[in-house]
Design a protein around this ligand. Structure first.
Ligand code: URA
Length: 243
């Protein structure tokens, strides 16, 4: 993508974000000078501001908004697609079967869930049949509009946390951050530059896509590739200087 187009897209995302903030009644913005205000405080503030979000129809059917969990100063962040049944009930990301596998993946590089930060591109449970929220297996990928409405929240989380590395889990999360059209099989295992529209302008964050743990549950033969990707992350974490 040429720089002008990239810049225009960045502007349009930023405009959308600012409009949402205005619609939510937010009049103050965090400045660079405020950054030593504890990140957890800033994340808590953000969580408070969006707790009643009704920007898309997922807000009407959720039990809990699933904001994110983990270390607000994490160097490594994982981004999934959206909450499922268990996450909607608990309000915590990645706690179901796929989540338990993600926990093991994190532990494979000698980290814990508490040391990293985990979130999703949408914060509320997308259901195929929202009239049956009590039903398991009722998940669906978020629509483009749901992602567009929710993405500014993730961008703001990234701006607060300023991780060194973001690992996107699966195609929707990868596409949302990198805007690349290739499939996850092609994109995984490589580092890409992501320029967050919020936080420190001009400093890219390394994004490495890998397979979603739910996909690994369906096709365990792919676990070896994820293991290779995790080893790359571990190596990169020691070589990338802090922001
Ligand atoms: N799948 C996701 O993408 N996110 C979750 O939080 C749970 C399952």
């Amino acid at each position: 993508m040429n720089r002008n187009k990239e810049f225009a897209e960045l502007l349009s995302i930023t405009r959308k974000f600012l409009e949402q903030e205005r619609d939510m009644g937010i009049k103050e913005f965090m400045q660079q000078g405020d950054e030593k205000r504890a990140e957890s405080g800033a994340l808590d503030d953000l969580a408070m501001k969006i707790k009643d979000c009704q920007n898309c129809k997922l807000g009407r059917t959720r039990t809990n908004l699933v904001f994110g969990a983990g270390n607000p100063k994490a160097e490594l962040m994982f981004v999934g697609e959206g909450p499922g049944f268990d996450e909607d009930l608990s309000g915590i990301p990645f706690v179901g079967k796929a989540g338990q596998l993600l926990t093991k993946i994190i532990e494979s590089i000698e980290l814990t869930r508490e040391e990293v930060y985990i979130s999703n591109i949408v914060k509320c449970h997308p259901m195929r049949d929202p009239t049956h929220p009590e039903m398991r297996g009722n998940d669906r990928p978020p629509t483009q509009d749901e992602v567009a409405q929710c993405l500014p929240i993730l961008f703001k989380q990234i701006g607060i946390i300023e991780p060194k590395i973001i690992c996107t889990l699966g195609s929707p999360a990868t596409r949302a951050l990198l805007n690349l059209s290739e499939g996850i099989g092609k994109l995984r295992g490589k580092f890409y530059d992501f320029y967050p529209p919020y936080g420190k302008f001009g400093e890219p964050i390394k994004v490495i896509p890998t397979y979603h743990p739910a996909y690994l549950l369906r096709d365990p033969t792919r676990k070896r590739e994820v293991w290779e990707d995790m080893k790359k992350i571990k190596k990169a974490m020691t070589s990338i200087s802090p922001h």
